[in-house]
Design a protein around this ligand. Structure first.
Ligand code: APR
Length: 254
């Protein structure tokens, strides 16, 4: 591993206040949750158009619910990994750090990160297809849950292909794309929009980008650092380096 590049990345984090973090399925890979693309990705084994579109749900809600109940079961047993916890340490050191995740697994919640945007929704949420009433749902195993208020069918509270992300998520996304001084892009193939556009916008403004992904996804021009490792391996090391910089400054101040 190139210690030098890690130190440069840490110094970038140290020097900037408005840090944005975008995460994708790769950050949860070491928790045992499969990613969507790549060799063993979910979309190699299943077709997104059969399971993750409004049309699929209209055609066969029972099948779609079966898929989401299966995913809930899978995720329920998993825990945040060192990468999720490293981001909590980053937030403690750099309090203006803001997080947007494409993940619906809730592992950033469970790591204790605090407020963040789940731009594709939350796996353990049911939303009524008629009155939009919603609830968090960890236990129910109903084949198709029905709304306790109006009796209509409920759907998983996630954003499917062809749907827009929630308004609040848009606003957060646009604010970060305009304002952040440094963007960390962790574990995403950056092929699904709008998330994929964030690093493009940030690069256009000549702000800093640090990307963590064992596979190179975007061209690293300008003020970019690419760390080609698994997030659970490299993120804790990066934050260790950042902590060292904080310690050094405190010693000089004394
Ligand atoms: N650490 C960091 N990155 C990793 C790791 C790891 N341990 N393991 C895999 N990766 C990288 C892969 O190289 C890949 O580039 O994570 C990325 C995962 O990409 P995708 O599976 O495409 O996940 P994501 O980018 O989050 O997908 C976006 O697509 O299907 C939809 O709604 C779903 O939110 C998802 C969206």
């Amino acid at each position: 591993m190139d210690e030098n590049i890690l130190q440069v990345a840490a110094s970038w984090l140290f020097q900037h206040e408005k840090i944005a973090v975008l995460t994708g399925a790769g950050i949860s890979q070491e928790s045992g949750i499969p990613t969507f693309r790549g060799n063993d990705g979910v979309w190699k084994h299943y077709r997104a158009q059969d399971l993750a579109t409004p049309e699929a749900f209209a055609r066969n809600p029972e099948l779609v619910w079966e898929w989401y109940l299966y995913r809930r079961q899978l995720v329920r047993e998993k825990k945040p990994n060192p990468a999720h916890y490293a981001l909590v340490r980053l937030k403690n050191l750099k309090q203006k750090t803001e997080l947007i995740t494409q993940n619906v697994d809730g592992l950033h919640r469970r790591s204790g990160f605090g407020e963040h945007t789940e731009m594709h929704g939350y796996l353990f949420r049911d939303v009524c297809t008629r009155c939009s009433w919603e609830r968090e749902d960890y236990e129910s195993h109903e084949k198709i849950p029905h709304c306790p208020r109006c009796g209509s069918m409920m759907r998983p509270g996630v954003v499917w292909f062809g749907e827009s992300i929630p308004e609040k998520a848009w606003q957060h996304f646009h604010r970060l794309s305009r304002e952040c001084e440094l963007l960390m892009v962790i574990g995403t193939s950056q092929v699904v929009y709008p998330a994929a556009a964030l690093s493009q916008y940030v690069r256009q403004r000549s702000a800093y980008v640090i990307e963590i992904n064992p596979e190179l996804t975007t061209s690293c021009q300008g003020k970019s650092i690419y760390l080609g490792y698994k997030a659970g391996f490299i993120l804790p090391k990066l934050i260790d380096e950042l902590e060292k910089l904080f310690k050094k400054t405190r010693e000089v101040d004394r």
